[in-house]
Write a protein that binds this ligand. Sequence first.
Ligand code: SF4
Ligand code: SF4
Length: 218
Amino acid sequence: MKKPHKKSDISEVPRLRFPEDEARYPWLSLLLDGLAVFDKGTAIAIQRAKRKRNRTVACREGCGNCCGANTDIPVYPLELAGIYWYAIEMLKGPLRETLKAQLTCHEGNPPCPFLIDNGCSIYPLRPGACRLFVVFGRPCSPGEDAYYSRREDVLTPLEEFNNQAFFIMLPFYGITKDEDRMRAITNRVLNVRVQNLQTCNWKNLAQRMEDYDSRVTS
Ligand code: SF4
Ligand code: SF4
């Protein structure tokens, strides 16, 4: 299967559906609903930047310098659950084997361990931070993190969509009442749960993928 890059098809991304898995893992529906809101917010922010400031998106399929350079990619526990599920149960073939090897060797520095042949190997389940990171003008140079080198070319995400996405996903963290969720967003309570994608223990995921492979082949 050809691996899409994270910015391909960014203008109109439908909510992903995995009915059987969502029935088995109810948290997966929360995650997919939330990610779809991130995607919608990104698409609308891009449209506004085009219309109001005549900005052109530089991100293209096969342009993976950001994934090779960014050191601080926030990822939340629900997003991690989604990445684990996708890598363990959905990835197949050579891509799976390459990813396992990369995860095993990953030492916490760029490139992102999910970057394979300039594409994102977990593209449908990439975290919100990756879905929101869009650069205008010219593509990033190798090693460039545009957030620091030219902030003016980086899309500013729409806060209302980010808040809506977190509102949808908060029940995963045991925060279910509307008023509690609103308060949690205002007080940014999930900030203490965020991790850096680069420094997560990905060897653990590689082992879980290996264990899964042993179970399905035995
Ligand atoms: S332009 Fe920059 S942010 Fe966009 S896909 Fe290319 S490297 Fe990534
Ligand atoms: S998860 Fe890694 S490879 Fe995928 S889009 Fe994010 S930084 Fe790029």
